[in-house]
Design a protein around this ligand. Structure first.
Ligand SMILES: [Fe+2]
Length: 223
């Protein structure tokens, strides 16, 4: 199965005025789509099976195929990290942020500092490292936490194409506005989706394992 261009979970004008419809038309409709099309073209001449998963392609490729496949994953993750409806941060995720950054304010400051000091194009990620610690990373170009065996929780696109139409060269303003769109429920859900695959078994007395149990319990049908 070819790599597909994901459907956006909201209308193209839903993130206005923070991200305009025009930005989405270019960013999603042209840049993101181009990564999908290029990755599919490169896949035809590769050794990957037709049904290879995007994550497996990223973990087992390099050069142009890695760059384009990882950019598809990173953009999928970015769109899902945003939500036009305000989503409150789950209390236990808030607790983990306080544990590893001291406060939400410190976390946001470090995230913005890393975004502003990232030279050139790339991504800023909130990740879980292999010691269950939350960390913020600057990753250049198409780099991705999965190939470092880290768990991706949240990403913000720092390529200029993400903000130039709406904010010109003001990357700081783009970041300040973007906090209002973060889907904290998605961020928390990624602990469940990726964590076990990468770092099983849970560490002894793991707060995160308790948290995962709580999230999984929340997702169970109630009837
Ligand atoms: Fe982008």
């Amino acid at each position: 199965m070819a790599i597909e261009l994901m459907e956006l979970p909201y209308e193209q004008n839903a993130l206005e005025p923070i991200i305009s419809k025009e930005t989405i038309e270019y960013h999603y409709g042209k840049h993101h789509k181009n990564y999908v099309d290029t990755a599919n073209r490169l896949l035809k001449d590769s050794n990957f099976d037709d049904d290879a998963l995007l994550i497996d392609i990223i973990k087992n490729s390099d050069g142009a195929l890695f760059n384009n496949a990882a950019q598809v994953f990173n953009h999928n993750f970015y769109w899902l990290s945003l939500n036009p409806e305000p989503i409150a941060i789950p209390p236990k995720l808030n607790k983990l942020i306080n544990r590893d950054f001291g406060s939400m304010e410190n976390f946001k400051n470090e995230f913005e500092d890393k975004a502003l000091s990232l030279f050139g194009s790339g991504w800023v990620w909130l990740e879980l490292d292999v010691k269950e610690k939350l960390i913020i990373t600057q990753r250049g170009n198409a780099d991705n936490p999965l190939i470092h065996l880290h768990t991706p929780l949240l990403t913000i696109d720092v390529w200029e194409h993400a903000y130039y139409i709406d904010y010109r060269n003001d990357r700081k303003k783009y970041f300040e506005e973007l906090w209002r769109l973060i889907d904290w429920k998605f961020v928390a859900s990624n602990i469940v989706d990726y964590y076990h695959d990468l770092t099983e078994p849970c560490m002894e007395n793991s707060q995160l394992c308790d948290y995962i149990d709580m999230l999984q319990h929340l997702n169970e049908p109630t009837t």
